[in-house]
Design a protein around this ligand. Structure first.
Ligand code: AMP
Length: 429
């Protein structure tokens, strides 16, 4: 498909071709026609997909009717971004793609003098790109009128919420006229984003392009509460009962991985462990055997699993919860890949309740609990500290996290994108 067929004007096509772009990216191919129709849009796309042009190009097209009359020009399009850097980047795209159009744009964000921004706004701006805080400063000072906005874009909406901008966004929405077009872009879809979208968007067109961070949305997750000493028994039961042929199991430690592997073998389930103490040759062999189906269970530590290229695993089991909540997201991202359904289950004993709460806080939702018949936890068993002092009590959580990350980097295996996880970890507890 080429850009020519999407309904964009010659001026815009010229600017696109000057950038050297020949074909629209998937998000552009879907978003551009949808936005040109004038309706609302909910798009799941992260940085790197070409999303900026995906909303900028049709927005420019919609605003580029007959030239505005001389004199005061109202702001007709408002693009909100979470950060100054993103605001600056988007502004750059707007001026690049709008190079041959008689439209004016401005970018406003905090940390710089407000005076020049006021002057720019006074001179008349069609498209305004802004971060929420400084935008509201201008509104308060009476230097900005948003009553004529026709198109609103929320870019990286998930990040805006993570950064605590929900109240500001709500205040801004209240300043906009009702009859407008709304475009919401987000890399992830937490319940909070869904709520925001429900309140904001009117029968939106839906677009989703492949996105690394949505594993936690696609994967069916469940917690099986169980006693500490009965986890292995439960795991063998689940594997046998479900007739699972390929299971990736995570343990917290190398020693735990070795021990579990031996125990599974004793139960007649073929298994192999991979972790940092295994030679590369042993790891490669274990992985090859697992992929071709000659072993059913691969037991791995987080660090060893980082570089693993195994697609479309049907089952991932957290034999023990990770110390760092983000590792949970990476672990379950091993299943349900490439659009396939996956199942991730966690065997959680009384010692791990705080780790579970931390994970649920990161996911911003509860994971369903399902007690397996015959494995109900004994309420008389008391929580014990998790060995290595990394049970999340007090300093433990962040200390463990730092060690874990440093280890991952040291092993050279942290190749997968961690952006979403790290960002979300900034959510206040
Ligand atoms: P974004 O996801 O908007 O941050 O864009 C990611 C990168 O893709 C940017 O460097 C854009 O310049 C580039 N880009 C956007 N659209 C296209 C396209 N149709 N063809 C090639 N590169 C593109």
């Amino acid at each position: 498909m080429s850009f020519d067929t999407l309904g964009l004007s010659a001026e815009i096509l010229r600017a696109i071709s000057e950038q050297g772009y020949t074909d629209p990216t998937p998000v552009q191919a879907q978003a551009i026609p949808a936005v040109l129709l004038g309706g609302d849009l909910l798009a799941g796309a992260q940085t790197g997909t070409g999303k900026t042009a995906g909303f900028t190009l049709p927005l420019l097209q919609r605003l580029s009717g007959p030239p505005a009359p001389k004199g005061r020009r109202p702001v007709r399009a408002l693009i909100l971004t979470p950060t100054r850097e993103l605001a600056a980047q988007v502004a750059e795209s707007v001026s690049t793609y709008g190079n041959y159009l008689p439209l004016r744009s401005a970018v406003i964000f905090g940390g710089v003098k407000i005076g020049p921004q006021i002057n720019k706004l006074r001179s008349g701006v069609d498209i305004l790109i802004a971060t929420p805080g400084r935008l509201l400063d201008h509104v308060q000072q009476g230097t900005l009128d948003l009553s004529q906005v026709e198109i609103l874009v929320l870019d990286e909406a998930d990040r805006m919420l993570d950064m605590g901008f929900l109240r500001d966004i709500r205040k801004i929405l209240a300043l906009l006229p009702k009859g407008r077009q709304n475009l919401l872009f987000s890399a992830t879809f937490s319940n909070e984003i869904k709520r925001l979208a429900d309140g904001l968007l009117n029968k939106p067109a839906l677009i989703e392009v492949a996105c690394r961070n949505t594993a936690s949305e696609r994967v069916a997750q469940v917690v099986h509460p169980v006693d500490r000493e009965r986890k292995r028994e439960l795991l063998s039961y689940l594997i046998g009962n479900g007739d699972w042929q390929q299971v990736l199991v995570f343990t917290r430690t190398k020693h735990g991985a070795n021990r579990l592997t031996k125990q599974l073998e004793q139960d007649g389930i073929s298994a192999a462990a991979i972790h940092g103490n295994k030679s590369q040759a042993a790891r490669t062999r274990a992985l090859a055997d697992f992929k071709k189906g000659s072993i059913r269970v691969l037991v791995a530590t987080d660090i060893a699993a980082r570089g693993l290229d195994i697609d479309q695993l049907p089952h991932v089991v957290n034999f023990e919860l990770p110390n760092v909540p983000e590792d949970y997201v990476h672990r379950i991202g091993r299943t349900g890949r490439a659009g396939n359904e996956g199942e991730a289950m966690s065997l959680v004993c009384v010692d791990e309740h705080k780790l579970l709460r931390d994970i649920e806080r990161l996911l911003k939702r509860e994971i369903p609990k399902d007690v397996i018949d015959g494995f109900s936890p004994d309420p008389g068993i008391k929580a014990e500290p998790i060995p290595n002092g990394r049970n999340g009590a007090g300093r433990g959580r962040s200390g463990g996290g730092q060690r874990n990350r440093a280890g991952a980097r040291g092993a050279g295996g942290a190749g997968r994108g961690q952006g979403g996880g790290r960002r979300r970890s900034a959510v206040p507890a």
